[in-house]
Design a protein around this ligand. Structure first.
Ligand code: ATR
Length: 279
């Protein structure tokens, strides 16, 4: 009888204690009875290159990457997946058998999978989409929607220059608008997504009115703590479908887990509750 290989992976960040990834992957490791481990890996920015080399040396299957390393990791892997290149950030590194390191970004996949969990008939070509914010999370959301067929994305960010910079990704479809237009921009939209930190525990609510948003539109928040942000509460109250940020967090881990451990896991209600209990 051959021993099943012991597979190791983890999440590299600085700090990393706040990451839900060890709980998430740990849940699946025990659910599927896999011989393996998934560890929090605190790595200072100046040690990132050594740490990445160490993955190979230690026989890791790969790792996830979180704040503040997602951009730097682009340059440290041997190959970058086209989606990660477009987003400009790597959140998953896979160590191949020959030692080659590939960088991926599963956040775009995670966002759409979470949206379709709730709206399984969702089509990104359904109508105009409003995206609030222009940071790293916004890049993943915009790339996901464009690759899924979005025709018009209205991008609004407090600092307009960052929205204009992100709009360059596909200027014919992504239009940067002034933050002052945030209460009018939802008019006629099929989807509104908050990617800013506003509404997160310890931050003020997002200062945006939904009055102009059609009742049939979906509202997504990428914030998952709290699960029901003031934005989502307001959306639900007026009859819009409201989708919290936990789904994206859970779904982005699916392709990573499959790459590390060879099993494609499912996002169950039990997993959702287990991760909710760590918030
Ligand atoms: P991430 O990479 O996780 O998206 P980030 O780069 O810090 O995080 O981006 C945070 C987002 O929240 C930005 O779009 C930021 O706007 P700025 O580019 O103007 O900083 C947005 N944000 C932060 N505080 C805000 C506020 N008080 N009102 C509106 N937007 C805010």
């Amino acid at each position: 009888m051959t021993m099943q290989q012991f597979r190791m992976a983890g999440v590299i960040g600085w700090p990393v204690a706040q990451s839900r990834s060890p709980a998430l992957h740990g849940h699946w490791l025990s659910q599927y009875g896999i011989r393996g481990a998934y560890l929090p890996l605190p790595v200072q920015p100046e040690r990132l290159q050594d740490a990445v080399r160490g993955l190979r040396a230690l026989g890791f299957s790969g790792c996830n990457v979180t704040i503040p390393h997602k951009l730097a990791m682009l340059k440290l892997v041997d190959k970058v997946d086209p989606v990660a290149a477009r987003i400009g950030a790597v959140n998953t590194v896979v160590v191949h058998d020959d030692g080659v390191l590939s960088g991926f970004n599963t956040d775009a996949y995670g966002f759409l999978a979470s949206l379709r969990d709730v709206r399984n008939d969702w089509k990104s070509s359904a109508g105009p989409i409003v995206v609030l914010g222009a940071g790293g999370a916004a890049r993943a959301v915009v790339v996901a929607l464009l690759d899924d067929g979005a025709r018009e994305i209205r991008l609004l960010n407090r600092t307009r220059e960052r929205a204009q910079e992100l709009a360059r990704i596909e200027p014919a479809k992504v239009k940067a608008e002034d933050w002052d237009r945030r209460n009018e921009a939802p008019e006629g939209a099929a989807l509104l997504v908050n990617t800013t930190s506003q509404g997160m525990v310890g931050y003020p609510p997002l200062d945006v009115s939904l009055d102009a948003l059609p009742k049939a539109a979906t509202v997504c928040d990428i914030v998952y703590n709290p699960l029901e942000t003031p934005l989502l509460a307001a959306a639900r109250k007026r009859g819009n479908t409201a989708i919290d940020g936990l789904g994206m967090l859970l779904h982005q881990a699916v392709p990573a887990f499959e790459a590390f451990y060879g099993v494609r896991p499912t996002v169950s209600n039990e997993l959702r509750r287990a991760v909710e209990n760590t918030l």
